[in-house]
Design a protein around this ligand. Structure first.
Ligand code: PEP
Length: 253
Protein backbone atom coordinates (compact mmCIF):
# COMPACT_ATOMS: atom_id res chain seq x y z
CA UNK A 1 0.00 0.00 0.00
CA UNK A 2 1.36 3.39 -0.92
CA UNK A 3 1.85 6.05 1.73
CA UNK A 4 -0.01 9.32 2.19
CA UNK A 5 2.68 11.97 2.63
CA UNK A 6 2.96 15.66 3.41
CA UNK A 7 6.54 16.84 2.95
CA UNK A 8 7.90 20.32 3.58
CA UNK A 9 10.64 21.96 1.57
CA UNK A 10 12.04 24.87 3.52
CA UNK A 11 14.35 25.84 0.64
CA UNK A 12 16.91 28.54 1.64
CA UNK A 13 14.85 29.89 4.54
CA UNK A 14 15.37 30.04 8.31
CA UNK A 15 18.64 30.49 10.14
CA UNK A 16 19.67 27.69 12.47
CA UNK A 17 17.85 29.03 15.53
CA UNK A 18 14.63 29.78 13.65
CA UNK A 19 14.73 26.40 11.94
CA UNK A 20 15.19 24.60 15.26
CA UNK A 21 12.28 26.55 16.74
CA UNK A 22 10.07 25.61 13.77
CA UNK A 23 10.99 21.91 14.04
CA UNK A 24 10.43 21.93 17.81
CA UNK A 25 7.00 23.54 17.46
CA UNK A 26 5.96 21.12 14.73
CA UNK A 27 7.12 18.19 16.82
CA UNK A 28 5.09 19.42 19.81
CA UNK A 29 1.97 20.00 17.75
CA UNK A 30 2.14 16.58 16.09
CA UNK A 31 2.91 14.86 19.39
CA UNK A 32 -0.25 16.39 20.84
CA UNK A 33 -2.34 15.49 17.80
CA UNK A 34 -0.99 12.61 15.76
CA UNK A 35 -1.07 12.99 11.98
CA UNK A 36 -2.65 10.26 9.90
CA UNK A 37 -0.11 10.59 7.13
CA UNK A 38 3.67 10.45 6.87
CA UNK A 39 5.11 13.90 7.63
CA UNK A 40 8.55 14.90 6.36
CA UNK A 41 10.48 18.16 6.63
CA UNK A 42 13.16 19.07 4.12
CA UNK A 43 15.67 21.48 5.61
CA UNK A 44 18.92 23.15 4.55
CA UNK A 45 22.02 21.06 5.26
CA UNK A 46 23.06 23.11 8.26
CA UNK A 47 19.84 22.30 10.13
CA UNK A 48 19.82 18.56 9.64
CA UNK A 49 21.88 17.29 12.57
CA UNK A 50 20.30 19.60 15.14
CA UNK A 51 16.76 19.09 13.87
CA UNK A 52 17.36 15.35 13.86
CA UNK A 53 17.95 15.52 17.62
CA UNK A 54 14.81 17.60 18.20
CA UNK A 55 12.21 15.60 16.30
CA UNK A 56 10.59 12.28 17.07
CA UNK A 57 11.49 10.38 13.91
CA UNK A 58 8.43 8.17 14.34
CA UNK A 59 6.33 11.31 13.81
CA UNK A 60 8.44 13.36 11.42
CA UNK A 61 10.86 12.19 8.74
CA UNK A 62 13.86 14.35 7.96
CA UNK A 63 15.06 15.22 4.47
CA UNK A 64 17.89 17.13 2.86
CA UNK A 65 17.04 19.30 -0.14
CA UNK A 66 19.98 18.12 -2.22
CA UNK A 67 23.16 16.03 -2.13
CA UNK A 68 26.31 15.84 -4.21
CA UNK A 69 26.69 13.79 -7.38
CA UNK A 70 30.07 12.54 -6.11
CA UNK A 71 30.74 10.14 -3.25
CA UNK A 72 33.56 12.07 -1.50
CA UNK A 73 36.77 13.99 -2.07
CA UNK A 74 37.93 17.34 -3.37
CA UNK A 75 34.56 18.97 -4.16
CA UNK A 76 34.68 22.14 -2.09
CA UNK A 77 31.34 23.16 -0.67
CA UNK A 78 29.50 19.97 -1.60
CA UNK A 79 27.67 17.67 0.83
CA UNK A 80 27.60 13.96 0.07
CA UNK A 81 24.71 11.53 0.47
CA UNK A 82 26.76 9.72 3.13
CA UNK A 83 27.11 12.98 5.09
CA UNK A 84 23.37 13.63 4.82
CA UNK A 85 22.65 10.14 6.11
CA UNK A 86 25.06 10.59 9.02
CA UNK A 87 22.98 13.52 10.34
CA UNK A 88 20.01 11.25 10.96
CA UNK A 89 18.11 12.27 7.82
CA UNK A 90 16.17 9.53 6.05
CA UNK A 91 15.32 11.32 2.80
CA UNK A 92 16.70 13.65 0.17
CA UNK A 93 14.76 15.82 -2.29
CA UNK A 94 16.33 15.57 -5.75
CA UNK A 95 15.46 17.06 -9.11
CA UNK A 96 13.68 20.14 -7.80
CA UNK A 97 13.04 22.52 -10.70
CA UNK A 98 14.99 25.28 -8.93
CA UNK A 99 18.07 23.06 -8.92
CA UNK A 100 17.52 21.94 -12.50
CA UNK A 101 17.14 25.54 -13.63
CA UNK A 102 19.53 27.59 -11.46
CA UNK A 103 22.24 24.95 -10.90
CA UNK A 104 21.97 23.23 -14.26
CA UNK A 105 21.30 19.78 -12.88
CA UNK A 106 20.94 17.51 -15.90
CA UNK A 107 19.28 14.10 -16.15
CA UNK A 108 22.72 12.48 -15.87
CA UNK A 109 23.78 14.48 -12.81
CA UNK A 110 20.47 13.60 -11.14
CA UNK A 111 20.91 9.95 -12.05
CA UNK A 112 24.23 9.94 -10.15
CA UNK A 113 22.69 11.73 -7.17
CA UNK A 114 19.82 9.25 -6.99
CA UNK A 115 22.21 6.28 -7.12
CA UNK A 116 24.41 7.74 -4.39
CA UNK A 117 21.41 8.57 -2.20
CA UNK A 118 20.07 5.03 -2.47
CA UNK A 119 23.51 3.49 -1.95
CA UNK A 120 23.71 5.41 1.33
CA UNK A 121 20.30 4.30 2.56
CA UNK A 122 18.38 7.50 1.82
CA UNK A 123 14.92 7.50 0.30
CA UNK A 124 14.47 9.96 -2.56
CA UNK A 125 11.70 12.46 -3.20
CA UNK A 126 12.21 12.94 -6.91
CA UNK A 127 10.69 16.07 -8.44
CA UNK A 128 9.42 16.33 -12.00
CA UNK A 129 7.24 18.86 -13.77
CA UNK A 130 6.83 21.04 -16.81
CA UNK A 131 7.31 24.78 -17.40
CA UNK A 132 4.46 27.09 -18.39
CA UNK A 133 5.73 27.12 -21.97
CA UNK A 134 5.73 23.32 -22.09
CA UNK A 135 2.20 23.19 -20.60
CA UNK A 136 1.00 25.70 -23.18
CA UNK A 137 2.47 23.55 -25.94
CA UNK A 138 0.64 20.56 -24.47
CA UNK A 139 3.84 18.54 -24.01
CA UNK A 140 3.68 18.11 -20.21
CA UNK A 141 3.34 14.33 -20.48
CA UNK A 142 6.45 14.01 -22.66
CA UNK A 143 8.39 16.25 -20.24
CA UNK A 144 7.63 14.25 -17.10
CA UNK A 145 8.20 10.94 -18.90
CA UNK A 146 11.61 12.12 -20.13
CA UNK A 147 12.55 13.26 -16.61
CA UNK A 148 11.71 9.81 -15.22
CA UNK A 149 13.49 7.99 -18.05
CA UNK A 150 16.51 10.27 -17.76
CA UNK A 151 17.21 9.85 -14.05
CA UNK A 152 15.29 7.04 -12.30
CA UNK A 153 14.16 4.40 -14.81
CA UNK A 154 17.64 2.90 -14.75
CA UNK A 155 16.80 1.61 -11.24
CA UNK A 156 15.68 -1.92 -10.50
CA UNK A 157 12.10 -2.34 -9.24
CA UNK A 158 13.56 -3.05 -5.79
CA UNK A 159 15.52 0.24 -5.84
CA UNK A 160 12.56 2.14 -7.26
CA UNK A 161 10.55 1.21 -4.15
CA UNK A 162 12.62 3.89 -2.35
CA UNK A 163 11.49 6.65 -4.69
CA UNK A 164 8.58 9.01 -4.04
CA UNK A 165 7.64 11.13 -7.03
CA UNK A 166 6.71 14.79 -6.58
CA UNK A 167 4.90 16.27 -9.57
CA UNK A 168 5.49 20.01 -9.43
CA UNK A 169 4.38 22.11 -12.39
CA UNK A 170 6.99 24.88 -12.46
CA UNK A 171 4.33 27.49 -13.23
CA UNK A 172 2.63 26.69 -9.91
CA UNK A 173 5.69 26.84 -7.64
CA UNK A 174 5.65 29.86 -5.38
CA UNK A 175 3.30 31.68 -7.74
CA UNK A 176 0.03 31.22 -5.89
CA UNK A 177 -1.25 29.52 -9.07
CA UNK A 178 -2.23 25.94 -8.28
CA UNK A 179 -2.98 23.30 -10.87
CA UNK A 180 -6.65 22.43 -10.54
CA UNK A 181 -7.29 19.13 -8.81
CA UNK A 182 -8.47 17.70 -12.16
CA UNK A 183 -5.37 18.94 -14.00
CA UNK A 184 -3.15 17.45 -11.30
CA UNK A 185 -5.06 14.15 -11.22
CA UNK A 186 -4.81 13.79 -14.98
CA UNK A 187 -1.04 14.00 -15.02
CA UNK A 188 -0.61 11.98 -11.80
CA UNK A 189 -2.60 9.17 -13.44
CA UNK A 190 -0.37 9.48 -16.49
CA UNK A 191 2.79 9.32 -14.35
CA UNK A 192 1.44 6.20 -12.63
CA UNK A 193 0.74 4.62 -16.02
CA UNK A 194 4.30 5.33 -17.16
CA UNK A 195 5.63 3.70 -13.98
CA UNK A 196 3.31 0.72 -14.60
CA UNK A 197 4.64 0.36 -18.16
CA UNK A 198 8.19 0.30 -16.82
CA UNK A 199 7.86 -1.68 -13.56
CA UNK A 200 4.41 -3.26 -13.65
CA UNK A 201 1.07 -2.42 -12.11
CA UNK A 202 1.94 -3.37 -8.54
CA UNK A 203 5.01 -1.14 -8.33
CA UNK A 204 2.98 1.72 -9.81
CA UNK A 205 0.20 1.16 -7.28
CA UNK A 206 2.74 1.22 -4.45
CA UNK A 207 4.46 4.45 -5.56
CA UNK A 208 3.46 7.63 -3.76
CA UNK A 209 3.04 10.56 -6.15
CA UNK A 210 2.89 13.96 -4.43
CA UNK A 211 1.60 17.22 -5.85
CA UNK A 212 3.60 20.40 -5.32
CA UNK A 213 2.95 23.99 -6.32
CA UNK A 214 1.16 26.55 -4.15
CA UNK A 215 -0.51 23.80 -2.14
CA UNK A 216 -2.14 25.17 1.00
CA UNK A 217 -4.72 24.20 3.62
CA UNK A 218 -7.54 25.58 1.48
CA UNK A 219 -6.81 23.54 -1.66
CA UNK A 220 -5.17 20.44 -0.14
CA UNK A 221 -8.42 18.57 0.68
CA UNK A 222 -9.61 18.68 -2.93
CA UNK A 223 -6.19 17.77 -4.33
CA UNK A 224 -5.73 14.90 -1.84
CA UNK A 225 -9.20 13.53 -2.59
CA UNK A 226 -8.01 12.47 -6.04
CA UNK A 227 -7.14 8.79 -6.43
CA UNK A 228 -3.66 9.33 -7.83
CA UNK A 229 -2.59 12.20 -5.56
CA UNK A 230 -0.93 10.77 -2.47
CA UNK A 231 -0.08 14.02 -0.72
CA UNK A 232 1.95 17.15 -1.24
CA UNK A 233 5.42 18.65 -1.39
CA UNK A 234 5.00 22.01 0.27
CA UNK A 235 7.25 25.04 -0.08
CA UNK A 236 6.01 28.35 1.33
CA UNK A 237 3.30 26.83 3.50
CA UNK A 238 5.80 24.59 5.30
CA UNK A 239 7.46 27.59 6.96
CA UNK A 240 4.71 28.16 9.53
CA UNK A 241 3.44 25.33 11.70
CA UNK A 242 -0.21 26.44 11.48
CA UNK A 243 -0.11 26.48 7.67
CA UNK A 244 1.73 23.15 7.40
CA UNK A 245 -0.52 21.50 10.00
CA UNK A 246 -3.55 22.71 8.02
CA UNK A 247 -2.27 20.72 5.03
CA UNK A 248 -1.42 17.65 7.15
CA UNK A 249 -4.98 17.79 8.49
CA UNK A 250 -6.36 17.66 4.96
CA UNK A 251 -5.85 13.89 5.28
CA UNK A 252 -8.35 13.89 8.13
CA UNK A 253 -11.13 15.36 5.98
C1 PEP B 1 8.24 23.60 -3.94
O1 PEP B 1 9.08 24.39 -4.34
O2 PEP B 1 8.55 22.42 -3.75
C2 PEP B 1 6.89 24.11 -3.73
C3 PEP B 1 5.90 23.28 -3.86
O3 PEP B 1 6.75 25.44 -3.41
P1 PEP B 1 5.40 26.25 -3.06
O4 PEP B 1 4.56 25.34 -2.21
O5 PEP B 1 5.87 27.46 -2.34
O6 PEP B 1 4.74 26.54 -4.37
Amino acid sequence: MRKKIVAGNWKMNKNLQDGMALAKELNEVLTAEKPNCTVIIGTPFIHLAKVSDIIDHKLIGLSAENCADKASGAFTGEVSAEMVKSTGAEYVILGHSERREYYHETYDILKEKVLLALANGLKVIFCIGESLEEREKGIQNQVVKAELEGSVFNLSAEEFANITIAYEPIWAIGTGKTATADQAEEIHAYIRSVIADKYGKQVAEDTSILYGGSCKASNAPELFSKVDIDGGLIGGASLKVADFKGIIDAWKK
